[in-house]
Structures are given as C-alpha cells and as structure tokens.
Design a binder for this molecule. Structure first.
Ligand code: ATP
Length: 201
C-alpha cells in the first residue's frame, strides 16, 4: 500500500494531523501505538523481555514495569541492543499486520506516524515523507501547556530529537501547524487529494 511517513518533533501536532487524515478516510498506523501493543500482557515480546531481563521488569499484575526496564538498559549498550532485538521485529510485524488490515478494509493509502522517522532513518521505508513543522518556541509552549513541566525540561527533550532543519531536509511535503485548526484541516484536505492521486497512479 502507498505509504506516507508522518513525522515532526514533540508536540508539533502529529496526532492532531493524523486524526484529520483518519477523518478524511486515510488508513493511519502509529509506531508508538505499536510499541505499546507489543508489550501488553500475553504478547510474546513481553515474555521474551521477562526471560532476558528477569521477572523484576514486570509488575505484580504481569504488566511491563517501564521504569525498571529503563533502569536495566540505561547506560548498558548491550542490554539496550538485546531489548531492541526483541522489540523491533515485534513492532515491524505488528505494523505489517495493521497495514494489511487497513488495506483489506479498503483504505486508499496509509499514513504511518513515526515520531523518530529521521532519527532512525525510516524515511527510506516509505513512499513519501510528510513533516509537521512548527517553530521551536511553539513546540515548547504546547508541550508545557499539554504535559506541564518547565521550558527547560521541554528544551531537554527537544535536544534529543532531530532538528527542524534535519526533518525539513527529508520532507516531500510540509504542514505548517502555526495557525488555527481550520487552517490545518485545509492543508490536510489538499494533501489527502494529492495522496489519493499518487496512490492510484
Ligand atoms: P507528541 O510528539 O508529544 O506525541 P504530537 O506531535 O502528536 O505530540 P499533538 O498531541 O497533536 O502533537 O499536539 C500537541 C499539543 O498541541 C496538543 O495539546 C494539541 O491539542 C495542541 N495543538 C496541536 N495543533 C494545534 C494548533 N494548530 N493550535 C493550537 N494547539 C494545537
């Protein structure tokens, strides 16, 4: 299926934009959702993680204790690699199943939301890259408004992500999310038409 990778920095508006694409009838899959699903109780990746890292990474309900796992892999390159070797194929498989489901339901094309698309080099795995772009100050304001915390904490998160310029350098399409939601919708509508044409060609 024709796939558009949607990315953007923290609080740039990826979820807001992908919800608008869903409203228009596009298929939408989200790498963060997949990453959460594959470690739900009953999933084989969670069992593997418990095997490799020990029962301490599960809480009393058998759910992943993210904090304990983070502490195990923090500053331990080899442990982190082991974790990635479990998670990455599981996420890939989950995403493939999700995309196949959307296709069988008749989705004309697929928007794949990947927050760290540029950082992980996944721009090569999609047909087209769409970047949701806002100035850094807007990102900081919105993240503080949504999640609380200080400007300095928001700055710290931003520092771990690709820069605005790095993202724009791989973009085929750019949505400016500095205006009202109505303006955002108009931009999504235009792109949706373009993606319908591209995917049927
Ligand atoms: P994250 O990277 O943290 O997952 P995101 O890129 O998915 O975030 P959203 O959650 O869509 O971003 O938006 C971040 C916040 O900014 C939300 O609270 C959202 O309601 C708000 N927001 C998004 N677009 C606009 C806009 N055009 N005007 C005002 N607020 C907006």
């Amino acid at each position: 299926m024709y796939t558009v990778g949607l990315t953007g920095g923290i609080a740039s508006g990826k979820t807001t934009v992908s919800d608008l694409f869903t409203e228009m009838g596009a298929g939408v899959v989200d790498a963060d959702v997949a990453a959460r699903k594959v470690v739900e109780p009953g999933q084989s990746a969670l069992a593997e993680i418990a095997d490799v890292f020990g029962p301490d990474v599960l809480d009393e309900r058998g759910e992943l204790n993210r904090r304990a796992l983070r502490e195990r892999v923090f500053a331990d390159e080899q442990a982190r690699k082991k974790l990635e070797a479990i998670l990455h194929p599981a996420i890939r498989e989950y995403m493939a199943g999700w995309i196949a489901r959307l296709e069988s339901e008749g989705a004309p094309y697929c928007i794949r939301v990947v927050p760290l698309l540029v950082e992980t080099g996944q721009q090569h795995d999609v047909d087209r890259v769409l970047v949701v772009d806002v100035p850094r100050e807007t990102q900081v304001t919105r993240v503080v408004m949504r999640d609380g915390g200080s400007d300095a904490q928001a700055d710290q998160i931003l520092a771990t992500q690709a820069s605005r310029e790095e993202r724009l350098a791989v973009a085929d399409d750019v949505i400016q999310n500095t205006g009202e939601i109505g303006e955002l919708k108009a931009q999504v509508e235009l792109l949706h038409q373009q993606y319908l044409t591209l995917s049927s060609g």
